[in-house]
Ligand binder design. Sequence first.
Ligand code: AMP
Ligand code: MN
Ligand code: ZN
Length: 908
Amino acid sequence: MCVTFGAAAMAAENELLRATPLAIAATCFFALAISVYLIKQFFAKSKRSKPCYLIAEFKPQYKFKRVLADNSYSQFKHLKLHAADSVSEEEELNLHPYKGEVSRLMKNANVGILELFDGCEKWSMEMGGEYVWVEAEEQLRELVVDLSNEEVFAVDTEQHGLRSFLGFTALIQISTMSKDYLIDTIALHDVMGLLRPVFANPAICKMFHGAHNDVLWLQRDFHIYVVNLFDTAKACDILSKPHKSLAYLLETYCGVATNKLLQREDWRQRPLSEEMIQYARVDAHYLLYIAYCLYLELKQLENGMFSNWLCSSGMDNTDEEYSFQFQELVRRLCVWRDLMARLHDESLRFVLSDNAIIALAAKIPTTEADIYSSMLEADSDVESVTMVPLQTPSPVVCSHLDDLFCLLRGKITKLDDILQMCIREHLGQGGSCPLSAYNYALLSKTTLGTGSRITPNHNGFRASKQVAKMASRQLFVQKFSCKSPVYHNCKIYASDGRLLCYCDQRKLQWYLNRDLAKLVEEDPLSIILLFEPKGRPEDEDNDFYIQKKKNICVGCGEGNHYLRYRIIPSCYRIHFPEHLKSHRSHDIVLLCVDCHEIAHTAAEKYKKQVAAEFGIPLFICRVADLDKTQNTPTSLPASCEEINVSPLQLRIASMALLRHGPQMPSQRREELMQTVMTYYGGREITDEDLEKALLVGMSPHERRRFKKKRGYTFKHIRKSSNPIDAEEDIGGRPPVTIKNAAHDEDEDSLHTNTTDGYQQDDDNIFEDAKITAPCSIDADDSLSDTKIVSGIGSICISSNDDTSGGGNLSNGKTHPSEENETLLKNDSKMSLSGHGPHGKQVVEYLLKEHGEDGVREFCQRWRHVFVEALHPRFLPGGWDVKHSGKRDFGEFSVYKPTTNASAAAIAG
Ligand code: AMP
Ligand code: MN
Ligand code: ZN
């Protein structure tokens, strides 16, 4: 290594010395010498590394003579249809060779495929014992002849992905009306091109289920292009089927059960097990009949559907605040993992799991033992995504541990140089790892100075975004999901024994403590009311309240974690008249983070619509100098709405600028500055302004706590202008609103706020309530829910402004930075969304113009938005967009806030 590298360096030095004045040359030499030294240091230990594990392994793909897509960073090259005596367009632009045919078909799609299905009836579709295993070239040629006589055939493929970087096709299943073929694409890899003509023939219709991947895989491995396809999954979309999995279709149309777990089997194995053969055949065999059924349904819809083509989705170009070091480490590890995977032709997952990357970047282990143990820990609690047992740490990591050390040690300035060195070290002359058809181009293209850079913008970099997104999702679930079951499903009976509702323990306790009820059952806890409630839920068409509620996400059924979601945003709800708030349990549901994100995003979008419709802006803008204006903030005209700087965005931006301003990429700094400047009405800002911005919207308590816990010392705010007393009224809720909020959010709660002390403006109430509360829906709803809302708000704030420093779970821009996290922790009582004033005005307007019906109708609109966004499948029975919310159990009912005090008085 030293020899090769030394020679290269010398050559470069000579160039420099000749071409430039001596002084510059000397400087360059010095710089070069340092980097040579650093890189040598970096690889100094490699010599002692264990031999590459691959030396002792055989992989089936080694037998492939030629591969169309290798692991180098160069672009995939499409099939060239015409001999290259003149440079055709398709050649030059590397276009899909059948682009023309496909678009012609798209324009003229209705070829009446019904006739194709002659003989495709249910009785004739049973799968017999016979199938053809195609493993010799001669057999493949026969198959091609057979297929060219068909008008339609069904296709499915099985991939192997674990021990290959790009994955490769291990099996192709093709079914005609009369036969099932299984093609051993490992044995036939180099002659699969024989199938190109039938696949590209527009007169033959190919049936797939979810063609997206299969189409890509066929191109990638064999330059097989599909022209004229029918996709049964797409058909399901168009027909708005409740599910679109093949398993569902098999079940529904053919009464066949399939075990989809088999798709994760190692499809390289030969011979395939009986079970795998059966699975593989089923995937293609019934497709023709299913396609036929769906086609009939589509005909009815008069909505012919044909080839849909694939386009690569662009990278989500988002930026996020994140701990810089953590992010940088994740990025390095992802890029390294990517390179190692290419080099050894392994999947990313085989090299290093996402979880392991997160763990390494978070802990930065310094010894071999530390690295091993963090990785073991990270991978231990992850459900294996593959049936093949995985080794942790992987052989790749074990045999190239030195690389990992250097990456983690953090001294590297130019990652690209290191990676180039890795390639030379591992693949170059006398390199540690085997050369193959998959990695050869990696060596030739990246080390011959063709300027092919490894970072950024390739896979590894993209993956780092995904990993970071995952890390923040985990963090989010951990921090904000409910810590104990929300619904206890305790029962309240009327004195005649009829069920009134399900509720939590605290509610029961409230009645019991006041001798208003008697305990009748222990498990689940149930009470009988000793007073006569005014009505019965079923009499009022309120079945909803006598449904047992499950502790699962109402969107997707996820049961492992969930958080509360308010269908009607708090900024409106808190301003509703008391009695309209009484049916809160109907409009607070449990959602997993993913569904929460979807619902929240839709709601934020709808808020904007409401703002436009009512002409009431979402945000109040502060345009004047903070020192001089101490008055209540002014709502600005509609144009201000565009500005959209929420207190949270403002704080994130300010904190980031104060902490990392000088080190930030200038573009990012500029963006953040813009956010802050906008808030200050466009004027130039000082560090003092930044510090003040940190405190915007906080109550005095929060500010004190912020200063104590954040550990941020204000260096710029002048003593004269006391930040603690300034701008009391910006953004956050005034104390009285907090009270209301507490009351409001006190979901279906029997204990009134006056009696249980929730209103006290005490910093620790929330925390205490959280720890001690037996039941979270009531206990921490009052205050902590504001926390959850604000948590989500911060995570999703980008729905207001996509460039903000917040993030969006689903778009890969989550990442509360250290800062944000702490902010979240400390802001339990504040409405960070800052929409409070907007909500107030909207509700006032509704009441004035349309009375209470206006508010009811408004609620329905929000339920509608929720249902449209999520299509929730697990809503409790009786849940209804039109829910009226009339609940009135009489004099002692907790649903009547005014009666609570008297009830308590009577009881006491
Ligand atoms: P299928 O046609 O559904 O059998 O899937 C085709 C191929 O996709 C399989 O052979 C797998 O390589 C891959 N695949 C699909 N779904 C999964 C999954 N959940 N886990 C792992 N691999 C999968
Ligand atoms: Mn399959
Ligand atoms: Zn969900």
